[in-house]
Design a protein around this ligand. Structure first.
Ligand SMILES: [Zn+2]
Length: 323
């Protein structure tokens, strides 16, 4: 077994003498980057014993970046959010040029639309960065990137809230401002907590530390309270606008709950240890669901914009417009 202390002091090549590599991985890996089994990685990278092989570790920054092209158990995680970043960047450009002008969106509409997609892009990029650099030979660097990854989740949540509050309370300026300030304060607190060294989590868990994690969940619950208030202000469950948008919100919450459940339970790999090292692990499912969820929310926001931008609060009902 490789002693983490030895490898960290001497780097990858010093450690080679005591590393016994996993059987089939070197065939897939380029010569400069080797892959390790679960037993061979340092303790701070451990956390999911059901992923038994295909770990990158002990790499300098340059090789971390180069490992983008190496098939490892993090490839799915890296590429899903790197492509997710490209997707949301593409949405921002396309909507800004074609969709928003076609519905006479105001400057504020443009700003909110740009901001929420920017938050999604930041979330995707921070996650990509973490999964690239979690193989870094310095535990301190890995820990820092983990915090950045968690801060990215706060950005993602802010991206969901911004358009929901802006368009949901479009006709209620008081609540509009109160809720925007509240959510900005909440996400700001999460941001500070995730980046502050005193709140760094044990790396093995790969989960946000308890305080920010509690804030993530609390912020999700705050969203439900805001949704309930929006339903009341809009005229109750029978109101056409509620029937139009409430199911979209429900689907998003179901997706978020499912992603969190799979991630926390390490399902499905807990039933197939070693079989889902490359494709199909819970973390990859989590990444994929997050991209789908953000895309779903982007469509819902476009529907909101089409409903309100041309007519304001006294225009036709949203269902009069194509989604
Ligand atoms: Zn991840």
């Amino acid at each position: 077994m490789l002693m983490p202390g030895v490898a960290q002091k001497g780097g990858l090549w010093t450690g080679l003498g005591v590393v016994e590599l996993g059987g089939y991985w070197p065939v897939l890996a380029p010569r400069t980057i080797r892959l390790y089994t679960y037993e061979q990685i340092p303790w701070h990278l451990k956390g999911n014993p059901y992923i038994t092989d295909g770990y990158r570790a002990f790499l300098p920054s340059r090789l971390c970046i180069k490992s983008l092209w190496v098939m490892s158990n993090d490839s799915g995680n890296i590429w899903s959010h790197l492509l997710g970043f490209c997707l949301f960047l593409g949405f921002a450009v396309y909507d800004g040029i074609f969709v928003l002008p076609s519905v006479q969106a105001s400057l504020n509409d443009h700003i909110i639309h740009g901001l929420f997609l920017f938050c999604f892009q930041v979330c995707m990029l921070f996650s990509t960065g973490f999964h690239l650099f979690c193989a870094h030979r310095s535990e301190r660097v890995v820990r820092r990137w983990l915090s950045i990854d968690h801060a990215g989740i706060a950005f993602g949540m802010l991206g969901c809230f911004l358009p929901a509050i802006y368009f949901g309370f479009y006709c209620h300026p008081f609540w509009h401002r109160v809720y925007l300030l509240m959510v900005l304060g909440f996400t700001g607190a999460i941001f500070v907590l995730t980046l502050h060294p005193s709140f760094h989590s044990p790396l093995g868990s790969r989960l946000p530390p308890s305080s920010p994690m509690a804030l993530f969940v609390s912020l999700g619950l705050v969203g439900l309270v805001l949704a309930a208030h929006w339903v009341i202000l809009s005229g109750g469950l029978e109101a056409p606008i509620v029937q139009e948008f409430l199911p979209r919100l429900a689907v998003m919450y179901i997706m978020a709950g499912l992603a969190l459940l799979l991630f926390s339970c390490k399902f499905p790999e807990c039933y197939f240890p070693g079989w889902l090292n490359v494709v199909g692990s819970s973390h990859q499912c989590w990444h994929l669901i997050v991209v789908l969820m953000f895309s779903w929310w982007h469509q819902a926001v476009l529907c909101f914009i089409r409903s309100f931008a041309p007519f304001g609060c006294h225009g036709p009902h949203p269902s009069d417009h194509p989604a």
